[in-house]
Design a protein. Structure first.
Lengths: 146, 146
DNA sequence: GACATATAGTTAGTTATGCAACCAATTCAA
DNA sequence: TTGAATTGGTTGCATAACTAACTATATGTC
């Protein structure tokens, strides 16, 4: 049992570990080299708006697994960059609906290509089956803890 | 091919995604509930010092996958908490050797138990084989990108 | 209608990360 | 042995994260 726990302890370093940040940093670098001056955190917000424009900040919280203050500032910074605009909802005046600008729409294809390319690099030598298992493990870890 | 890429795109959200931060947050909460006022980032530094005391900051960089400024500040904060002490190396006066205090040594057993417990919760319903595959995928992702 | 409660979003404070520029000690080479 | 390059560490700046406390709108109950 203590042996088993030690093995799990090793996994801990991988999960908190740096595969994800290595990927984030690589993607960020690709953006920068192509003159795209957004952070991957900002990109992850745009990612969900590209799938569906006009989400509320609360919906962005759920979609990106962030808390409210985090989304407030990410939207602040995206607004400064003129990539989104807050629009007060008419049905519920507490809500801000976040709308993409034309500039943000233009970023979609370009950055999605870079993201896919980064993923191809990252997943070199990994089979589709292993990917599925890894996805499902990470999903269960998340579900177990949330 | 584009189908394949879409599947990978989904993985991206899992890898950058929040399994790791969910685990970190849970462990942090466990610490707090037991009156242990350190962050999991600070804990991850102590973790390596428990395995081997007196590492240099550079060695802590490699061990924790962080850059030099990050370690400088984490050690700053650990020093404020009187959990470590910087000691200039006698062989190479550029180096700080980081030594655990007695207070830090006392934290080891307690926090390791909590970490193992958090991992057991996180890995509920995941087989040992799946864990191994997941570890190996994350390791390859890291190696592909570093 | 009035008060309690819940929900959407913001603000303030602390910690952490990445990058770039920097200083100081060491090593290497002409 | 002197000058260049390397290595270990620090500082400044910007972005982002979590917690807690706050405002404002909306809902629900008596």
């Amino acid at each position: 049992m203590s042996n088993n726990q030690f093995k799990k302890g090793e996994l801990y370093s991988f999960i908190t570990g740096k595969a994800s940040t290595a990927m984030a940093r690589r993607l960020q670098k690709n953006f920068k080299q192509h003159g795209i001056e957004i952070t991957i955190e900002q990109w992850s917000v745009l990612y969900h708006l590209w799938k569906q424009d006009g989400l509320s900040q609360q919906e962005l919280c759920s979609a990106t697994f962030r808390d409210k203050p985090s989304i407030t500032r990410l939207v602040d910074n995206l607004e400064k960059l003129k990539l989104v605009k807050r629009v007060a909802s008419k049905e519920d005046r507490r809500m801000n609906l976040i709308n993409l600008t034309e500039a943000a729409k233009k970023l979609q294809d370009q950055t999605m290509d870079m993201a896919n390319q980064t993923l191809n690099e990252a997943l070199g030598g990994v089979t589709a089956e292993e990917i599925e298992i890894c996805k499902s493990v990470l999903q269960r870890v998340y579900d177990n803890l949330k």
